[in-house]
Design a protein around this ligand. Sequence first.
Ligand code: ZN
Length: 336
Amino acid sequence: MSIGELLRPRTTVDLTKRPRRLRSSAAMRELVREHAVRVGSLVQPLFVVDPGQPQGEISSMPGVFRYTVENVAAECRELAALGIKAVLLFGIPDFKDSVASSAHDPAGVVQRAIRAIKRDVPEMLVIADLCNCEYTDHGHCGILDEAGDVDNDATLELLGRTALSYAEAGVDVIAPSDMMDGRVGYLRATLDGSSFGSIPIMSYAVKFASAFYGPFREAADSTPQFGDRRTYQMDPANAREALREALIDLDEGADFLIVKPALAYMDLIRAVKEISDVPVACYNVSGEYAMVKAAGRNGWIDENRTIDEILTSFVRAGADIIITYFAKSYAQRHRT
Ligand SMILES: [Zn+2]
């Protein structure tokens, strides 16, 4: 038997369908590309510190920095020049106590940062993460009751006070990330009752108790001093509960929904997209960032191709907005 006979298909194969025709050249692939990442849909998270806190690069997140109020606006100016439209602020205060007093201080670190950015780069959309864990000495996201559990309803009042102080500083969007029940409705009513009815709420509606947050806790100095966050953040095993959380937040008036983390939860980005009529964001978290950077530095993966593939996959999964530490470097590499 000749080689030709050996290779000839022995069963009937339908070769009228040849998808490879549409992959034949770079131009063809560009023509038929279904999804693309828009720089305008990326949100850059920024860590802003009080003067007594360490600044500079975060060791577990190479390329990500902690800024002072004095230099965060300059960073925003650079981001704006690259086409980035929005930043998400996290504050690291000098003073922490059991009731997160500095979270709603009108002269707090995030409040000052909002004012500095809106003064120097007014076109930049400033989203403020709203949570207490960076401001409590115990590191939990809410006020503790006598048993040491997070007191949901007492925490709402604190969130409302902080949201108002961000609004007064000029924030564009409030993003509650604590996973307390009822906080979207409570914040909506609080803002509406204080002439801030036009400020949207971007809810971390679906937020899991995830191991992928590790490097963030170094960055934000927000590790719980005891226990963990599993009584308020979601169990990674639950998908139907994620949809319930999303529907509750929609019902309470959320203007955006966030799924966090992103990479291990793409099924839920898609599922939340399908049941909602508001923009869906995903948060490509610190551990997802750190894994790519570590493997890239070791030469184990092609870092830039990996980043592009990950961000594109979020769009394919249905994300309208991507919160990612890669935003700036992606924009730098894809300058038009
Ligand atoms: Zn928190």
